[in-house]
Design a protein around this ligand. Structure first.
Ligand code: SAM
Length: 201
């Protein structure tokens, strides 16, 4: 029996230690969607300490699984510990490494793909997400408005490269014909896309 009560401690640890786990309103929005979809397979890019993956695991259908990728070994260890403490190790598999090295080896389709890692690489993650998403599948990306900087005219801060890349990312997502996409201004900004037809590269 999973002990989801422990998520409160995991969240407290994450917030206190400035680990960039999902903000409450984004979590609520995404889990609301997952509750409707009841996904069988979920892919997450950016595990951190497992907070979002453990939350998402509540909404899997029978026998469902989440694959989640994390580059930092300490976070991988913490995520695995948290997943085991909550008791959802049969539902979540943590893959350690740079997602850009791991994604090319993934071949199965995922009903939901959640992009929540290095902002400068969203476009590269997105290409893989398009390939790994079935028609009817969902691709969600977090932090696309990056603390409001993406929609602001001011562009002289040190995050401007990431901000410009996120702008291009949003443009590409919105213009990708095989997707029905929307930009949702909650939390740090989400793009939510449903794949409506086969992707032609
Ligand atoms: C925003 S946090 C993820 C938060 C997590 N999804 C949650 O809400 O609980 C982003 C994580 O992505 C990891 N990351 C960054 N670049 C990555 C990459 N190229 N491949 C895999 N993980 C990466 C970071 O180490 C960090 O732990």
């Amino acid at each position: 029996m999973a002990n989801y009560e422990l998520l409160k401690d995991i969240e407290k640890y994450g917030r206190e230690n400035k680990i960039p786990i999902l903000l409450d309103d984004s979590l609520e929005y995404i889990t609301g969607l997952l509750e409707k979809i009841k996904p069988h397979r979920v892919l997450e890019i950016g595990t951190a300490i497992g907070f979002s993956a453990i939350n998402f695991s509540k909404y899997l259908d029978e026998g469902g699984r989440i694959d989640t990728i994390e580059i930092e070994s300490l976070r991988v260890q913490q995520a695995i510990e948290n997943i085991e403490k909550v008791g959802v190790q049969d539902k979540i598999r943590v893959l350690e490494g740079d997602a850009l090295d791991i994604l090319p080896y993934l071949t199965e389709k995922y009903d939901v793909i959640f992009i929540d890692a290095s902002k400068g690489k969203y476009l590269e993650f997105f290409e893989h997400a398009l390939r790994l998403s079935p028609v009817g599948g969902w691709i969600i990306a977090d932090n696309v408005l990056y603390k409001g900087m993406v929609l602001s005219d001011y562009n002289k801060h040190k995050q401007r490269t990431a901000v410009n890349k996120l702008r291009s990312f949003i443009d590409v997502v919105m213009e990708t014909e095989c997707l029905n996409s929307e930009l949702v201004d909650i939390g740090d900004g989400l793009t939510i896309s449903k794949k409506i037809k086969e992707w032609e590269k």
